[in-house]
Design a binder for this molecule. Structure first.
Ligand code: GLN
Length: 483
């Protein structure tokens, strides 16, 4: 049995190391030509997932057409606006195209392309709410989107007009807050708000556009000069050969050919939603499972090592073990993920792929919990056992292996199973770094169809089914191994 487990573990180590390395190689192989471009999860008509969960919109088409024109490849990463800007700042991605306004503050950190679309910020409210201008906002809440020019604008006005700000990560959550009546109004870019209203969002624009400016494609200050030059050249070409106008007209329509609202009633039922999104849900689920398996594997090794270090008779190693457990159990998972994905690279300048950052995060966090119960499990074995074994002349290592561990492991097993389930659930937090796992997939689908209740129900059920299967599997393994 022991041999089988060891062989299984070795195969798994080889397999995961190989797959991480090869995914890394994939990135390196195309390093000269494939640029990672961050974008918003949803900012129609500039970027949004269509019915097949493909990213479309003015920005997406422009970026692809420019890449084609200039002979480079792009990999689009729908991270969310704020996350994309931060990922760019820490050099995790090469550029951002996300209806990003060119502002003086941003120009200090980023280099912008030539402007490609004019925009401004408007205030929208629910019809009938009797809010007509900024003065009517006194004592009310206003919804804004994290890190946007609209949010800065609202922050600058809140004291003068006496309103409170509520912040959301996505445009659709922001609209939703106004629609449910929690917030009295929201600030959004005028072309985006107009488009949403045309598509059926029940809001009305009540102010003239403020902060007029333009959108630009951004790279990190002083970096990716070739990409920026190529973007500008490509944009120029597209403007000259009429493709720019074609792209914009496709989404915004012309006077003679206005765009129609895209409604699709068949995809509003549970089954319709499931059927329409099955591909995206399945690949999200696979990413979740893969992330869980790889992380559990490394977290278990890390946890066992740190846990064992906590019980060997050496002040240094017990101190080290306690400190590791203290730090990684003490840090919120979200903070750790952001620290590893955006914090470290902005210090060192080296990219960490999101998947690897996710695995490292979970390894440390879940590993710290595992270490704590491994240590606890061993300490829970009556100390007389060790004393008896030592007085029989067995050395520390052997007493540990033959006497203490077999008893300790039995105590630890339920905690292991519990931790595996927690790891699976915790992968959802990694949606923050743009991993396209199940939760992020859900966010993207909802951003498109605003069916929050139904889509989250589907996602919740998928998690529950997987957790049930995982529990059955663990129980079965536990019975088979007679532990
Ligand atoms: N244009 C706004 C900005 O740059 C909003 C962009 C967005 O939400 N994607 O801040």
């Amino acid at each position: 049995m022991k041999h089988k487990i060891i062989t299984l573990l070795s195969i798994l180590t080889l397999f995961t190391t190989f797959s991480i390395l090869s995914s890394q190689k994939d990135i390196d192989a195309h390093a000269e030509r494939t640029y990672q471009i961050g974008t918003d999860v949803t900012f129609p008509p500039f970027e949004f997932a269509n019915n097949q969960n493909k990213y479309v919109g003015i920005d997406m088409h422009l970026m692809k057409a420019i890449a084609k024109d200039q002979g480079f490849n792009v990999k689009i990463k729908p991270l969310g606006f704020n996350a994309a800007v931060q990922a760019l700042e820490s050099n995790q991605i090469d550029g951002v195209i996300a209806g990003m306004s060119i502002t003086p503050e941003r120009q200090a950190k980023f280099d912008f392309s030539h402007p490609y679309f004019k925009s401004g910020v408007v205030m929208a409210t629910k019809p009938g709410r009797n809010i007509k201008n900024l003065k009517d906002l006194r004592g009310q809440k206003v919804a804004v989107k994290t890190g946007t020019a609209g949010a800065d604008y609202a922050n600058g006005l809140k004291n003068r007009y006496g309103f409170k700000i509520v912040t959301f990560d996505d445009s659709n959550n922001m609209y939703e807050d106004v629609l449910t009546g929690n917030s009295a109004a929201c600030f959004e870019d005028s072309p985006v708000m107009k488009y949403a209203i045309k598509q059926g969002t029940n809001l009305a624009i009540v102010t003239k556009p403020a902060l007029s400016g333009s959108y630009g494609f951004a790279v990190d200050h002083g970096k990716n000069k070739a990409l920026l030059t190529a973007f500008n050249k490509g944009l120029n070409d597209l403007k000259k050969n009429g493709k720019y106008d074609d792209i914009v007209n496709k989404y915004l329509g012309t006077k003679d050919h206005p765009v129609k609202a895209q409604t699709n009633s068949s995809s509003r039922t549970f089954l319709g939603l499931l059927k329409q999104n099955r591909g995206a849900l399945f690949s999200g689920l696979m990413e979740t499972l893969w992330l869980t398996v790889v992380s559990i594997f490394f977290a278990t090794i890390f946890g066992i090592i740190i846990g064992l270090l906590g019980v060997v008779p050496s002040k240094f190693s017990t101190g080290f073990s306690t400190t590791m457990i203290y730090i990684f159990r003490g840090l919120p998972l979200l903070v750790l993920a952001l620290f590893i994905y955006t914090g470290i690279p902005s210090l060192t300048g080296t990219k960490i792929p999101a998947f690897v950052a996710g695995v490292i995060t979970l390894t440390f966090n879940e590993g710290a919990y595992i270490a704590a119960f491994v240590k606890g499990g061993i300490l829970a074995v009556d100390s007389g056992q060790m004393e008896a074994s030592r007085s029989l002349g067995l050395p520390f290592g052997k007493s540990m292996r033959k006497i203490i561990l077999p008893q300790g492991i039995r105590i630890m097993i339920p905690s292991f199973i519990n931790q595996f389930i927690i790891t699976l659930k915790d992968t959802s937090i990694l949606s923050i770094i743009g991993l396209l796992e199940l939760t992020q997939t859900g966010k993207i689908i909802i951003a498109r169809n605003l069916e929050g209740f139904k889509v989250w129900t589907i996602i919740a059920l998928i998690y529950l089914i997987i957790i049930t299967l995982l529990t059955w599997l663990s129980n079965w393994v536990q019975r088979r191994t007679n532990l």
